[in-house]
Design a protein around this ligand. Structure first.
Ligand code: ATP
Ligand code: MG
Length: 354
């Protein structure tokens, strides 16, 4: 395994609430693939956080965990360069979650716009569990346990990264003597345990779903999956919401999801310009654009499908077991440093997977 420690680190990941989709690709995966040579990458499968909406469906979470490893490898992430690991088997994360929860105000958490949005969009009303709110604190621990310089994410995650930055500062100021005047970039130099990590948003921070309303999301049934067959992709593209009622109506040029997808997924800008011109002039209609979009997405996904077909469940498990062992070394070390700094460290310990 080629782990070089002098590279800056990144931490990011996905929740196993379903297989990954094109939103993940343009929001985060594409950046990860680009960054994996220059950065020491840690990719987390947030299986504990999947319980927030699926505590009664752990079999699904288990199956989706394997699917996500396959998605990652098939999209071009390389487990020989990067560390893939499972959140539930890194206990230092759960412990840091407790300590960070003590530094985060309840009111502050409830003002996080992504939490509010998730409650609304996922229809959780006031029935969400206590654990649902804990996931936002847990995510701070997922990140800071690895002391990353940067976190590649979609736009919806930026409020979480902002909370992470606040907690890193607060911890360093409360326990490590870092002054409030110290720049974010200098916290570790000034004696802080945690860096103040930066969010790195992908080429498309928020890809709309095929419904044209919400962000593409595993939980909302509006996603084109990386693992969809060519036929399924075209079928989903045919249903993309374009805002146009009938061919007698004028074409909708603003906020039209099929035009957005064309710009994002078609590899030839000249062809995109030509199609847009013809569409605006009503020389061609929704159906034609949907077909071209489906074909462009399938060209992107063909090599991904080919790689995926070669990965077995056993391969995927081996990859996360090895990565999780490595992740534990880093997270245990961070936890010990944090406990020593805060003077709640009593006994150093070792942690091993069987
Ligand atoms: P869920 O509905 O279960 O929350 P999700 O589809 O939102 O699932 P996550 O696992 O929460 O997926 O997100 C993983 C990463 O992918 C995050 O960095 C998130 O910002 C990014 N991401 C997810 N959906 C999109 C999207 N539609 N556009 C851009 N980035 C996205
Ligand atoms: Mg999400």
């Amino acid at each position: 395994m080629s782990q070089t420690t002098d590279k800056p680190r990144i931490l990011t990941g996905d929740t196993p609430t379903g297989a990954l989709h094109l939103g993940h690709y343009v929001g985060s995966l594409e950046n990860r693939v680009k960054m994996q040579d220059e950065y020491d990458c840690y990719f987390i499968i947030a299986n504990v956080h999947a319980l927030t909406t699926r505590a009664d469906r752990t079999d699904e979470i288990h199956a989706d965990t394997i699917e996500i490893v396959k998605d990652w490898i098939s999209i071009g992430l390389d487990p020989r360069k990067s560390t893939f690991f499972l959140q539930s088997e890194v206990p230092a994360i759960a412990e840091l979650t407790w300590y960070f929860a003590m530094l985060l105000g309840y009111g502050r958490l409830m003002k996080n716009p992504t939490i509010k949005d998730e409650i609304r969009v996922k229809g959780l009303t006031d029935q969400y569990s206590f654990g649902f709110l804990m996931y936002a604190v847990g995510q701070i621990a997922d990140i800071l346990a690895f002391k990353p310089a940067c976190v590649p994410v979609g736009v919806d995650q930026v409020p979480h990264i902002e909370m992470t930055r606040e907690i890193a500062r607060r911890f360093n100021q409360t326990y490590c003597g870092v002054k409030g005047t110290v720049d974010d970039a200098d916290h570790v130099k000034a004696g802080g345990v945690f860096p103040v990590p930066e969010a790195k948003v992908g080429r498309v921070g928020r890809l709309a779903g095929t419904d044209g309303q919400n962000k593409m999301s595993k939980s909302l049934g509006n996603a084109i999956l990386l693992s969809d067959t060519p036929k399924a992709v075209q079928k989903k593209c045919n249903k993309i919401f374009t805002g146009r009622g009938s061919t007698d109506d004028p074409p909708v040029l603003e906020g039209n999801t099929v035009l957005e997808y064309l710009e994002i997924f078609h590899e030839d800008p000249d062809r995109v310009a030509e199609l847009k011109g013809q569409y605006a002039a009503s020389e061609l209609f929704d159906g034609h654009l949907k077909k071209e979009v489906g074909e462009a997405i399938n060209r992107l996904l063909d090599p991904v499908r080919e790689r995926r077909a070669a990965i077995t469940d056993a391969d995927a498990l081996d990859v996360i077991k090895e990565g999780t062992a490595r992740a534990n070394e880093v997270a245990e070390q961070t936890l010990w440093e944090a406990k020593k700094a805060a003077n709640y460290g009593f006994f150093e310990r070792e942690f091993n997977l069987k």
